[in-house]
Design a protein around this ligand. Structure first.
Ligand code: ZN
Length: 339
């Protein structure tokens, strides 16, 4: 792709519990990436409390935007477009970022681009892999959602498989006594456990070959724990975490590789918070090497929610001519590929 001029984007992300802003040049070069995490606040309640998230975003958003511009050595005069996540996510949380983005766009007459959060996660791969171009397959996995996506072109997606299960990782972590957020804690403790200690069922969804379902697995883990308690036996949290993680990773890798083989696609990427899981990364590297496929993954800081990935996605939207009006609204259930 040839560009006459650099495009510098100020990106804003506030869909869940991170208030984030970044400055990104030409979709792939991150000039600054500021994230204000609320995790410590929500930890007290064992999960994200939407009302608290919104209030905290309001407190932080202007500060985070100012900080990211300063870190990038830029002012609003240097910004060519504002990119903002407008869905999916918590409606009250999304609204804060969308309102801030619209205010800046209106005040400074800067074009506004709405970005899909999952599209942002996928685009995190463009930042660290300058050679990555569509088409490729991407597994986007986070606490609450998993999507297997065929990236046909910039901004053009086909969802091959998905899950809408509740956050199985968080619930299992809580049952084992690890607390919130569950994913990173399971990853850490699983390293000391035996992944073959407990055999859990592999989740399969009838009729939708690439779909994922982890609610059955989650129930199996909870039943196992209850069974131990009733028999007065103790269980090893590390073994349980390792066995649960293995069952999840097998399904994620299995569906992903099946899709890649059937569609004949030789480039595979992962994205989303779960993409920083060390067992998943290791299993994906091995599976891709075995099939001589190229494997791409963002570094952990770009896997969890951030605005740099939104800036990457916004760039490709921007150069394709997409513009949002000042009537842009938060869409909590926004579908990937929907405008
Ligand atoms: Zn996310």
């Amino acid at each position: 792709m040839k560009e006459n001029k650099d495009v510098t984007i100020l990106a804003i992300e506030s869909s869940c519990d991170e208030t984030a802003a970044a400055v990104v040049r030409n979709g792939r070069e991150v000039l600054s990436n500021v994230i204000s995490s609320q995790i410590d606040l929500h930890k007290l309640y064992g999960g994200v409390v939407p009302e608290i998230a919104s209030r905290k975003h309001i407190e932080k958003i202007n500060q985070v935007i100012e900080e990211t511009l300063k870190e990038a050595g830029k002012t609003l005069d240097d910004i060519d477009a504002i990119g903002v996540t407008y869905g999916p996510g918590l409606v009250g949380a999304l609204l804060v970022g969308v309102a801030a983005a619209k205010a800046v766009a209106w005040a400074r007459k800067i074009p506004l681009v709405g970005v899909h959060h999952i599209e942002g996660h996928i685009s995190a791969n463009y930042i660290e892999h300058p050679d990555l171009e569509p088409p490729f397959l991407c597994l986007v996995a986070s606490g609450g959602h998993t999507h297997l996506v065929k990236v046909e072109d910039y901004g053009k997606y086909e969802i091959l498989g998905r899950t809408r299960d509740d956050a199985a990782g968080d619930k299992v972590a809580r049952a084992i006594g690890l607390g919130y957020p569950g994913g990173p804690k399971i990853d850490r403790i699983a390293k000391e456990g035996n992944p073959d200690a407990v055999k859990f069922p592999k989740a399969k969804v009838d009729g939708a070959e690439y779909d994922f379902s982890f609610s059955g697995l989650k129930s199996a883990v909870l039943n196992y724990i209850n069974g131990c308690k009733m028999k007065g036996e103790s269980f090893d949290p590390a073994d349980l975490a390792a066995s649960f993680q293995k069952a999840v990773v097998e399904v994620l890798v299995g569906n992903s590789m099946k899709a890649a083989e059937e569609l004949g696609i030789s480039k595979f990427a992962i994205a989303g918070g779960v993409a920083s899981n060390s067992a998943l990364r290791a299993a994906m590297i091995e599976a891709c090497e075995k099939r001589k496929m190229k494997f791409y993954r963002p570094s952990p800081i770009l896997c969890t929610d951030n605005a740099a990935m939104i800036g990457a996605a916004a760039y490709y939207e921007y150069i394709s001519g997409a513009r949002a009006g000042l009537d842009l609204n938060a869409v909590p259930n926004l579908k990937l590929g929907e405008r």
